[in-house]
Write a protein that binds this ligand. Structure first.
Ligand SMILES: [Zn+2]
Length: 198
């Protein structure tokens, strides 16, 4: 019987690992948890912008049946944007400062706040679209994504947008389809718009 070499013994006891495939060969999207990335992008954005509770409530507007007006139920991007908003809205005050505060920025500009009060859905969701684009773009900048990685984000966000909008054609979603007639999902499209920025 052939004696094992030192090298095969080291492999066997786990002291050395087989060589990983080169980074450029790996799928850049494979190691990304897009669900938490979207959630963190929005949560960071809300804190950075210092969105007020009044504004958060306008974004979290509900229908009579309890569904969130500005989000497509079951959409894989909307879910995480909505959850980040809900968590932000429930945030506690910071306890380490002399003045009571619970966020960082100074709040959204007056124009955006006013547009969120509009009776027209399109006007309101345009504000959400702009916010999601800015927050996702900021997150991608912070992560210092290279062109290839941004492309991977773009593909995934497009896939989610397609799935989200596809839900509106489901016959079981009549109420949602009526509400969203001729409208595009602001969370989905806002995220996709961020991913095409350089
Ligand atoms: Zn969506």
């Amino acid at each position: 019987m052939k004696h094992p070499t030192i090298l095969t013994l080291l492999f066997a006891i786990g002291l050395i690992q087989p060589t990983a495939s080169p980074t450029h060969m790996q799928d850049p999207a494979a190691k990304i948890d897009f669900n938490t990335e979207i959630f963190h992008a929005v949560l960071e954005g809300l804190y950075d912008d210092g969105v007020s509770n009044e504004t958060a409530d306008l974004l979290l507007r509900k229908q009579d049946d309890g569904a969130y007006t500005h989000f497509i139920s079951g959409c894989p991007t909307c879910v995480y944007v909505l959850e980040a908003l809900r968590h932000y809205r429930a945030r506690p005050d910071f306890v380490s400062f002399k003045m009571t505060r619970n966020t960082w920025g100074l709040g959204l500009d007056k124009g955006s706040r006013e547009r969120l009060k509009s009776e027209h859905m399109k006007v309101r969701i345009d504000v959400l679209h702009t916010l999601v684009t800015r927050w996702m773009d900021k997150r991608m900048d912070r992560l210092r994504l290279n062109k290839r990685e941004r492309k991977a984000w773009h593909s995934e966000l497009k896939r989610r947008a397609k799935k989200g909008m596809g839900l509106l054609t489901d016959k079981r979603n009549v109420a949602q389809a009526e509400l969203w007639a001729d409208l595009a999902c602001p969370s989905c499209e806002g995220a996709v718009a961020a991913s095409v920025r350089e």
